[in-house]
Design a protein around this ligand. Structure first.
Ligand code: PFF
Length: 521
C-alpha cells in the first residue's frame, strides 16, 4: 500500500504554494506587462481575471488536489482518474506533467542567470569600475544570444558551473521530500525574500531626484511612468489576453503544480483560507513590490529610455545600468538578483515535484530512481536550451506553446473536471471541509459557467492571434524552432507512454475499485 507524505504545518503549505507563485513572473514579467498594456488601466482586466479566473481556479485546484491526495494520488494523471472514476482519464493528466517539466527546462536557466548576476555583483565584475561596457552586449554574451553553442565555449564554463549548482540545489531539496525539503526551505527563504524585496523597495522610493540635471527623472514620475493609465488600451483584446496570461503565470494556476501540492493535505486541512492567503501573498509581491521597484528605478536613472517591451532587457540590461549609477549599487545589485534567485528556486521546485510524484506513484519507483530519471530528462531539456541559445529561439517556443497556450488547455480541463465531473455541489462541500472561511456560492457558478467559457475564448484568441502566427512562421522558417517543437512532442510522447504504463499498474493493483462504490460523505 502506498505511504502518504503530508505537509507539516498550515503555514508551511501556504508558504510553499506562495513560493511557487511568487517568482520571476512577479518581479520582471508583471511590470513589463503593465507598462505595455495601458499602465494603471491594465489593473482593470487584471483584477477581473484574478476574480473570475485566478482565484476560483486556485480553489478548484486545491479542492481537486486534496480530493485526489486523500484517495492516494498526487500527480494529475492519478488525480484525474480518481475524479473521473476511470483510469482512462489519466491520459488527459499527461499535460499536467508536460507543462511543469518543459517550463523547468528554461526557467532553471533564467534562475541561473539571476544567481550568476548576484555573484557578479559580489565580486564587483558587474560594476562600471571593472568595465563591463555596454550592459546589453554583456547580457547577450552572458546568455550566448549571438550563436548556438556559444555557452559551451571555455569562456562560459563559469556560467555552466552556476547552472549546475542551481540544478543541484533544486534536486537536493526535491530529494529531501515535501516536509523536509520543499516546506522547510520555503519557510526559511520566503521571509528572507520578502525582506530583501522590501529593502530594495525602500532604496528605490527614497532615491528622490538623484540627477539635478534631469529634475523630471524623480520617484513620482517613475511611478507615473508605470501607473499613469491609458484607458484606450482597454479596447484592444490583446490587453485582456495579456492580463489573463499574467494571472495564470503568476499564480501558478493551470500548470499542474497547485493540484500536486494540495494533494499532500489531510482530509480536514483548510483549503479555502489557505488558497486565498497564498494567492493574496502573491498579489502583494506582484503589485506592491514588483510593481513599485523595477520600472520606477529604471526611469529615475534612464528616463524614457527604459525598455518596457522586453522582460529580459528590463531585468538584465536596464537594472544593471541603474545599479551602476545608484549609491551603494553593488550591494543593492547583489541583494536584488539574489532575491530574484530565491523567488525563482521556490518556483522551480514546484515544477519538479509533480513529475517526481508521478514517477513514484505511477511506475512504483523509489525516490532516488525517480530523481535520477527526472534529473536526466530535465538536464537533457535544459541542455537543449543551453545549446540552442541564439536569439533565445528555443526558450521562446517553449514559453509560448507550453507556458502560454497549453496551460490554458489544462486550466480548461481542470475547470470542466471541477464544474461538471466532480460537480459544484460536491466541490463546494469538499472545499468547505475543515475550512476556516465560507466562500460565497456564486463562485461555484462562476467556476461552472463563466470560467470555462472565458478560457475557451482566451484559447481561441491565442491560437488565432498575432503571436501564434509569428510562432508558426518561426517554426516553418527556423530549423531550431522546428526542432524545439519536435523536442516538446518527443517528451510528450514519452510521458504519454509512461502514463499508459502507470494506468495498467494501477488497474492491476485495483487502485480504483473502491472509488466506484464510494459513498459521498
Ligand atoms: N508563478 C511563477 C512566477 O510567477 O514566476 C512561475 C511558475 C511557477 C510557472 C510554477 C509555472 C509553475 F509551474
Amino acid at each position: 500500500m502506498h505511504k502518504s507524505e503530508n505537509w507539516g504545518t498550515r503555514i508551511g503549505v501556504i508558504l510553499a504554494v506562495a513560493g511557487s507563485a511568487v517568482g520571476l513572473g512577479n518581479f520582471l514579467r508583471f511590470p513589463g506587462q503593465v507598462a505595455q498594456n495601458g499602465g494603471g488601466a491594465f489593473m482593470i482586466p487584471y483584477f477581473i481575471a484574478l476574480l473570475i479566473l485566478g482565484i476560483p481556479l486556485c480553489w478548484a485546484e486545491w479542492t481537486m488536489g486534496r480530493y485526489g491526495g486523500v484517495r492516494g494520488f498526487h500527480s494529475s494523471p492519478g488525480i484525474f482518474s480518481v475524479l473521473c472514476k476511470t483510469p482512462k482519464a489519466r491520459y488527459m493528466g499527461t499535460i499536467g506533467l508536460l507543462i511543469p517539466l518543459i517550463i523547468y527546462m528554461y526557467y532553471v536557466l533564467i534562475e541561473a542567470w539571476c544567481l550568476g548576476y548576484a555573484i557578479s555583483y559580489l565580486d564587483g565584475s558587474l560594476m562600471p569600475a571593472n568595465n563591463p561596457g555596454d550592459y546589453g552586449v554583456f547580457f547577450d554574451n552572458f546568455i550566448g544570444a549571438n550563436s548556438d553553442g556559444a555557452l559551451l565555449t571555455a569562456e562560459h564554463n563559469w556560467f555552466l558551473g552556476v547552472l549546475l549548482v542551481t540544478f543541484g540545489l533544486n534536486f537536493f531539496f526535491l530529494y529531501r521530500g515535501i516536509t523536509k525539503g520543499i516546506e522547510a526551505f520555503c519557510r526559511v527563504v520566503m521571509p528572507i525574500m520578502a525582506m530583501l524585496a522590501i529593502i530594495v523597495l525602500i532604496r528605490v522610493l527614497t532615491l528622490g531626484t538623484p540627477d539635478p540635471a534631469h529634475p523630471d527623472q524623480n520617484v513620482i514620475n517613475g511611478l507615473g511612468k508605470l501607473w499613469n493609465p491609458d484607458f484606450s488600451k482597454l479596447a484592444n483584446p490583446s490587453t485582456w489576453l495579456a492580463a489573463s496570461g499574467q494571472i495564470f503565470f503568476s499564480l501558478s494556476v493551470g500548470f499542474g503544480v497547485i493540484i500536486n501540492y494540495a494533494s499532500y493535505l489531510r482530509k480536514k486541512d483548510d483549503i479555502a483560507l489557505s488558497g486565498l492567503t497564498a494567492s493574496s501573498m502573491n498579489e502583494f509581491f506582484e503589485v506592491c513590490l514588483g510593481g513599485l521597484i523595477t520600472i520606477p528605478a529604471a526611469f529615475i536613472f534612464l528616463g524614457n529610455a527604459v525598455p518596457t517591451n522586453s522582460t529580459f532587457a528590463l531585468g538584465f540590461v536596464a537594472l544593471p545600468e541603474v545599479f551602476a549609477h545608484m549609491p551603494m549599487g553593488q550591494l543593492f545589485g547583489f541583494l536584488w538578483f539574489f532575491m530574484l534567485f530565491i523567488a525563482a528556486i521556490t518556483s522551480s521546485l514546484s515544477m519538479l515535484q509533480p513529475v517526481i510524484a508521478f514517477f513514484e506513484e505511477g511506475l512504483g519507483l523509489k525516490r532516488h530512481a525517480s530523481a535520477a530519471i527526472l534529473g536526466l530528462i530535465s538536464m537533457l531539456g535544459a541542455g537543449f536550451v543551453v545549446y540552442f541559445s541564439k536569439g533565445t529561439v528555443a526558450m521562446d517556443i517553449m514559453d509560448f506553446w507550453v507556458g502560454t497556450v497549453l496551460l490554458v488547455v489544462l486550466a480548461l480541463i481542470q475547470a470542466i473536471l471541477y464544474g461538471w465531473v466532480l460537480g459544484i455541489e460536491k466541490g463546494e462541500k469538499e472545499l468547505h471541509r475543515g475550512s476556516h472561511i465560507r466562500i460565497p456560492h456564486f463562485i461555484q457558478l462562476i467556476l461552472k459557467y463563466v470560467t470555462p467559457l472565458f478560457l475557451l475564448i482566451i484559447f481561441f484568441m491565442f491560437i488565432t492571434g498575432e503571436d501564434a502566427a509569428k510562432s508558426v512562421k518561426a517554426i516553418q522558417d527556423n530549423p531550431v524552432a522546428k526542432m524545439t517543437m519536435m523536442f516538446i512532442l518527443v517528451i510528450f510522447g514519452f510521458l504519454l507512454l509512461m502514463v499508459h504504463i502507470a494506468g495498467i499498474r494501477w488497474e492491476k493493483e485495483g487502485r480504483f475499485d473502491h472509488l466506484l462504490e464510494e459513498e459521498d460523505d
